[in-house]
Design a binder for this molecule. Structure first.
Ligand SMILES: Nc1nc2c(ncn2[C@@H]2O[C@H](COP(=O)(O)OP(=O)(O)OP(=O)(O)O)[C@@H](O)[C@H]2O)c(=O)[nH]1
Length: 788
């Protein structure tokens, strides 16, 4: 952008130049005119001198008066002086004094001489000037002749002069010559003056026209520019107005309070919401110091503040500040935006409450309970002093209330127990619902002896609670595990595990009692080992860390079809095999078998669907799965998912599982048989009254318990048992499978008895699925041949 000085120069300079040019032209014109006028005046003196010289010489010719002759000389000196001045000027290096003396002698004014010299020197080549000078130069010869004639006449004595006529004639002849030259010079000079006058007049007119034209175009441009600026201004004004209007409407309609201040922190604007929040109208706010009208409380620098309005109300607000800057960057105020945070903070408080409290009981949830316990343990780790205790509570036979009076009754009881616990305990104790009918209590700063008393007080309070639901009245008990905390002691996981195990022990020992955890409690350690196994099984289920093994069941009669039993192995985190005995008992005790059975069904079905047609596998079902009402649907869903032929699936259930759940087992067997599945009764003979049940169980195969097979070669009783099982099964239309067959002799004996199939190391060891697949492909037929 040009500075104002530059703009001023840009405007003024053309005019200054035009005026200077005009002035120059005017000065030049006047000077040249005055120089020409000097030459005209000089010519007049020259002519007068020349004329007077001729006249006085003529008179001298008659009078011979010396005075006349002197006058002649004086008069002639005028043109001759001009001549000498001119001749001096024509030299390369003129003597200016001689020039000046010459022109002065020509009766020229002293002040004109400079201009005359300048004009002569600079314009002698210019045609008009050159013409005048030519006349002037032509006169030289005649002037000099006149001088000579005069001198000659003077030198000739009067008497000796020739006839007067000779001189007179010569004089007249000179006069005749000089007169036209003088006239020519004068007219040339006048012509020059005229032409110069015209030319300068033209230049002047042109310059004036030029000046007028540039004035006109400048003014026109300036006028147009002004018009344009005016127009822009009007637009800009309209835009500014619209923008201001938009800002005002926007600020007025936003839900936050907007306040602007000036440099002195005085309110310069506030919108409608600001008026409401601050409790004063705008005209009472504008101009007042911000601190006076907007009183905020809260930590310095915090955006979460409380605003105290003029009428004393406290409003939670979030504040944001933004400085306002002038175009030069200087801060000229700020914008303060206050957001009414009541709703947001209420919502946040509610969310935080929900995240930390149990929905049903309003006491702490498990996560918050554990977080607080964790804090306490961290304090102990850091060396903080104090004795505390953790109580793990599980209501006894709570299920009964749910089952007899419904879930709503159970919920109500859980609520009442929560209130009871809170009422029984001190403020500073931590009470939370850990899930279901389990509660956790941390007795903070409570001596160990007191802790056991408090636990007992809690137990008693629960026992004393008479829960009424409709016409029914219930009394419940609670089993409590207690872990005493002091000094550096374990992490949260360990403490909770110990409390849980202690609670379990309280249950095991007959319920409604307190069990104090101690590290060297043998029963507890068994329980903890089992619980660890349970968590390992759960993790393995979650991460699919199981694999399938297969053990061949070979036919002992020609034409019989080989099949195989599916066995499951667990993998540890490193992929190592965990034998069934290390996890099946724990899975059975902690109700994980249905999950495990489902895992096997899903994977075995998928693998079997990929086998050659006619391949048949037996899958074990635990007692718990026999009672699993959803099992049938699960089997169907898996069949649909992988398309396995159910005719190739045989389920094995143990005799004890079947007998323990006879009705469910019979129903399940029938339902699955209808779909094409077959059934085998596993470990047959192990039970006390196996035969009595066999007729109620419509199985296809009976698997003779391995304990009998081991004795068939040496014990007549065992052999008789196997024979009778085999016979009775055949009579009932079932096929038999001998388990744990190891020796060739056993095989021969079983074949002789007419047992249909054999399974055991003597037939084939359990193999991983892939190995079994490869081996079975090749050996499928030869194995049968070898056995026959
Ligand atoms: N009404 C209700 N029942 C629940 C809730 N959460 C879990 N349960 C039930 O509470 C019962 C807890 O059973 P358990 O603690 O295993 O058994 P119990 O009947 O108390 O018997 P023991 O603990 O062995 O003495 C289960 O039947 C759950 O379905 C709940 O929020 N409301």
């Amino acid at each position: 952008m040009r500075s104002s000085q530059e703009r001023y120069i840009a405007v003024v300079l053309p005019f200054a130049l035009a005026v200077a040019a005009l002035t120059l032209v005017a000065v030049l014109s006047v000077s040249i005119m005055s120089m020409l006028r000097a030459y005209v005046a000089g010519e007049s003196h020259w002519s007068k001198g020349q004329k007077a010289a001729i006249a006085t010489l003529q008179r001298y010719l008659v009078t011979a008066d010396e005075q006349d002759f002197q006058q002649f000389r004086n008069e002639l000196a005028v043109p001759l002086s001009d001549l000498s001045a001119r001749r001096e000027m024509d030299k390369d290096q003129p003597d200016w004094e001689l020039v000046r003396t010459g022109f002065l002698g020509g009766r020229n004014a002293e002040e004109d001489i400079g201009g005359m010299v300048w004009l002569y020197r600079n314009f002698k080549q210019v045609p008009l000037m050159a013409r005048a000078i030519a006349y002037w130069k032509h006169s030289d010869e005649h002037l000099l002749r006149l001088r000579d004639l005069g001198e000659r006449l003077h030198a000739t004595p009067h008497a000796a002069r020739p006839a007067q006529d000779v001189f007179l004639l010569e004089l007249q002849e000179i006069d005749r010559r000089l007169s036209p030259l003088a006239l020519g010079f004068a007219s040339a000079i006048n012509e020059a003056a005229r032409q110069v006058t015209h030319a300068l007049l033209g230049v002047l007119v042109l310059s004036a026209a030029l000046l007028a034209w540039s004035c006109h175009s400048y003014l026109r441009r300036a006028f147009l520019r002004r018009e344009r600026l005016l127009l822009q201004l009007q637009q800009s004004q309209a835009e500014a107005f619209a923008e201001k209007e938009l800002v005002q409407v926007t600020l007025g309609s936003i839900a936050d309070a907007v306040i602007t201040t000036d440099q002195e922190q005085r309110v310069s604007y506030c919108n409608r919401n600001a008026e409401q929040m601050l409790g004063l109208p705008s005209d009472m706010l504008v101009g007042r110091p911000l601190d006076e009208v907007c009183r905020l409380q809260g930590a310095e620098g915090s955006v979460h503040l409380h605003l105290q309005s003029a009428d004393g109300r406290q409003l939670p607000v979030d504040r944001s500040l933004a400085p306002i800057h002038a175009p030069d960057g200087q801060a000229i105020g700020q914008v303060i935006v206050l957001h009414d945070a009541s709703e947001a903070r209420r919502h946040a408080a509610q969310l935080s409450y929900q995240a930390t409290h149990d929905e049903l009981t309003d006491i702490l949830n498990r996560r918050e309970f554990e977080r607080r316990l964790c804090e306490l343990l961290a304090g102990l780790q850091e060396g903080r002093q104090g004795e505390h205790a953790v109580l793990y509570l599980d209501l006894d036979r709570f299920k009964v209330i749910n089952d007899t009076s419904g879930h709503a009754a159970g919920d109500e009881l859980i609520r009442q127990v929560s209130q009871l616990l809170q009422a029984t305990l001190r403020e500073r104790d931590i009470v939370g619902r850990l899930g279901g009918d389990e509660f956790g209590i941390v007795l903070t700063q409570c001596s160990h002896s007191d802790a056991l008393h408090v636990a007992e007080k809690v137990r008693q309070a629960v026992v004393d609670l008479r829960f009424l639901w409709g016409v029914r009245s219930y009394r419940i008990g609670v089993s409590i595990g207690v872990v005493l905390l002091a000094g550096r002691q374990g992490n949260l996981k360990e403490v909770m595990k110990s409390a849980d195990a202690a609670c379990y022990m309280a249950k095991e020992k007959g319920r409604n009692r307190i069990h104090l955890y101690s590290d060297d409690d043998a029963e507890l350690s068994v329980r903890q080992t089992e619980m660890e196994a349970v968590s390992r099984i759960r993790a393995a289920l979650e991460h699919d860390r199981f694999c399938l093994y297969l053990q061949t069941i070979a036919p002992l009669k020609p034409g019989g079809q080989a099949h195989a039993e599916v066995l499951v192995r667990m993998l540890d985190e490193q992929g190592g095999l965990i034998p069934p005995m290390a996890f099946i008992p724990a899975a059975e005790r902690y109700d994980l078998m249905p999950l495990l059975d489902r895992w096997v069904i899903r994977h075995a079905f998928a693998a079997l669907a990929q086998q050659p047609p006619g391949t048949s596998w037996a899958i074990n079902l635990s007692g718990a799965s026999v009672c699993d009402e959803g099992l049938l649907e699960y089997v169907l869903a898996q069949q649909r998912a992988c398309g396995v032929a159910l005719e190739n699936v045989c389920f094995e259930i143990t005799e004890t599982a079947a007998v323990g759940n006879l009705a469910q087992a019979a129903a399940l067997i029938q339902n699955l048989q209808t779909l094409g599945c077959r059934f085998a009764l596993d470990d047959f003979g192990a039970g006390m009254s196996s035969f009595a049940y066999l007729k109620h169980l419509p199985v296809d195969y009976v698997k003779i318990d391995g304990s009998f097979i081991r004795g068939i070669l040496h014990s007549p009783t065992e052999r008789a048992m196997v024979e009778s099982i085999n016979q009775i099964a055949h009579v009932m239309g079932k096929q038999t499978i001998a388990e744990f067959v190891e020796a060739e002799a056993e095989l021969a004996c079983l074949r002789a008895m007419g047992v249909d199939y054999a399974q055991g190391y003597g037939v084939g060891r359990p193999q991983p699925l892939s190995e079994w697949q490869a081996a079975n492909k090749a050996a499928k037929t030869t194995q049968i041949d070898a056995l026959s």
